[in-house]
Design a protein around this ligand. Sequence first.
Ligand code: ATP
Ligand code: MG
Length: 637
Amino acid sequence: MSNYHIKNLEEYFQVYRKSVREPENFWQEVAEEHFVWRKKWDNVLSWDFSKPEVKWFENAKLNITENCIDRHLLTNGDKTAIIWEPNEPGDKALHLTYNELHKKVNKFANVLKENGIEKGDRVCIYLPMIPELAYAVLACARIGAIHSVVFAGFSSSALATRTLDADCKMLITSDGSFRGAKTLDLKGIVDRALEDCPDVKTVLVAKRTGAEINMKEGRDKWLEPLMEEASDVCSPEIMDAEDPLFILYTSGSTGKPKGMLHTTAGYMVYSAYTFKNIFKYENDDVYWCTADIGWITGHSYIIYGPLLNGATTVMFEGVPSYPDFGRFWEIVEKHKVNQFYTAPTAIRALAKKSVDLVDNYDLTSIKVLGTVGEPINEEAWHWYDNNIGKSKSPIVDTWWQTETGGIMISPIPFVTPTKPTFATLPFPGIQPVLMDENGDEIKGNQVDGRLCIKFPWPSMARTIWGNHERYRDTYFSAFRNMYFTGDGALRDEVGYYRITGRVDDVIIVSGHNLGTAPIEDAINEHPAVAESAVVGFPHEVKGNALYGFVILKEAGESRNQDNLRKEINQQISDKIGPIAKPDKIQFVAGLPKTRSGKIMRRILRKIASNDTSDLGDTSTLLNPEVVEDIIEGSLNK
Ligand code: ATP
Ligand code: MG
C-alpha cells in the first residue's frame, strides 16, 4: 500500500472534495490500488436510502482473508502479524508471523468445515482475548461463514439472546478466561446459555485456564486436537462483494442491542483505508488498540484494518489495572508501541491514579494516540496529551459506531490540527450534516443539531440481522434520505465537529437545547471530580431540569458537599452559562456502565425522574450493584 497516506491539510481538502464530487471514482481508485480481487465490480455504487438498500462494488469477487493474510506472504511472511500479550505480565508474549497466522487460520477453517459449517452459516464466538479469537474470526471469513462475536464478559442470558437472534449453528468458546486476578468460568456460562439454544449443534472449546469443565457428549469438542489433525491448506471461499461478513451487536447503551450486518468488499476497503490514514501506520510500526474484539473497534481496528495493511497488531488478554494501573504503559514500553488507541473511560480511570505509574515507563515509541467510544472530556484529553503523548503525539478523537463499520469523523494525525473534545473533520467519503427538529438541514458554522450522514459510505451496515424494518425505522425514517446517527453535534467556526452526546439525552431546559457532554466536561474540570453524568428530569416550570451524578477522585472526600456543589455550579456557569446548572447534584461511588465502559444514562434518567420500577433491558450492564447504591442515595427521597 504505497501512496496511501494523506500528507497535509491541503491534500486532505483536495482528497475530501474529490470524494464528495466524484464518490464513485474516488472509491474505485482506492479499491483498485490496494486490494486483491478475484473479479472486479460491474458497478461501484447503487443506493436508495428510502428502502434502505446500499450496494458497493457490485458483483466483485474476493475473499477478505486473502487480503488480510495471503497477499502479504510473498514479501512479508516473516513479519509479526499479531503480538499477543497474556494476562500475567511474567508470561511470555506470543509473536505470530503472517506465515504462522496463515497456517492457523487455514487449520481452523478446515476444522469448521469438518464440523459442518458452510458458507452463510452463523458461528457465535464467545472467547476471551486469546489468539484463538483472531483465528476463529478469520477462519469464518475464510470459508464464508458469518461470525457473530459476543463479548466474553456477557452473562448467559445475553449470550443466549444473541445466539438465538443470529440463529447460530456453532459456538466457539474456551474452558475459562483470565481477567486480572480473576478466573471466569466461560464454559459454565455457555452451558447455561445453550439450554435455550437447541440449534447450536457443535461447541468448540479452546483450552486456556485448564479448569475442570463439563463436556457435553456429542456437542462439545476440544479445539486443540482438531487443530493438530487439520490440514493447513484451505483455499479461500470466493465471496461476492455484498455477501455478509459478520453480525455484531451494538453496545446496548440506549436499549435492546441491534445485530448489525456488515458485508464484505465495502467493509474491507473502508476499514483498511481509514486504518492506514487515521493511525498513520508505517511499515515497522507496532500498533495497539486496547478494545476487546467483542466490540466493533476490535473488529475493524485490531483485526481487519491492521491485517489488511500488513501491520503488526497487539492483542492484550488482561485489564488495565492488573497487576497495577501501570500495566498499559508497561506493555507500551515492552513492545515499543507506536500507535495507542483506547477509550475515554480507560483514560479517566488511569488519570485518577498517580502519574508515577506512567513515569516509570519509557513511552518514547508513541507517535499517535487515539480515543473512541464516548465524548472525551477536556481534562482527560489534556491528561492523555501531557502524560502519555508528552505533548508531541497527536490525539485522534475518532467518532463512529457499530453501524458505520469504520471511523467517520476524526483528525488525521500530523495533518488536522487537533482541538480538545472535537472529533474535527469528516474522513474522505463521509458527508455529515446537522439537521433541526423540523427536518431541515442547518447550514453554516457555529451551529448545532442532529448528526446525519447524507451519502452512503462503503462500510455502512446493510441491515439489522432479521429485522430490516427496524433498521429502516431506527436510522432512515427520522430524516428523509439521510442516515440518522442518534447523536447530537455542533460545528464550530472552522467547521470542526464536536459530538455533544446522544440526541435522546439532549435536555431542553427553559427552551434551551443542552447536550450532556459539554456540561459533564465542565463538571469534570473541577479538581475533586473524577467522572460525572448529567440527565434531565421533568420540572414544572422549566419543562426539564438537570440532575448531576458525580464521582469524586477521593472516595469519602471530606470536604463539605454543599461547598463542592457550589463550586461545581460556578464552574458550569463560567464555562456554559447559569442555564446549565443542575438542580440536583448527587455524589456517587460509581456510575452504571455498559460492558464496553459507557455510561448508561437511561438508567440515571429513571432515577432522576424517581421512576425506578422498570429499568428496562439491563443485560448489558457491567455493574448492577451501583444502581442500588445510587437509588439508595437519591436526592428525590
Ligand atoms: P446502542 O446503540 O446499543 O445504544 P452504543 O451506541 O453505545 O449502543 P456503539 O456502536 O458501540 O454502541 O457506540 C457508538 C456510539 O458511541 C456513538 O453513537 C456515540 O454516541 C458514541 N461515540 C463513539 N465514539 C465517540 C467519540 N469519539 N466521541 C463522542 N461519542 C462517541
Ligand atoms: Mg448506538
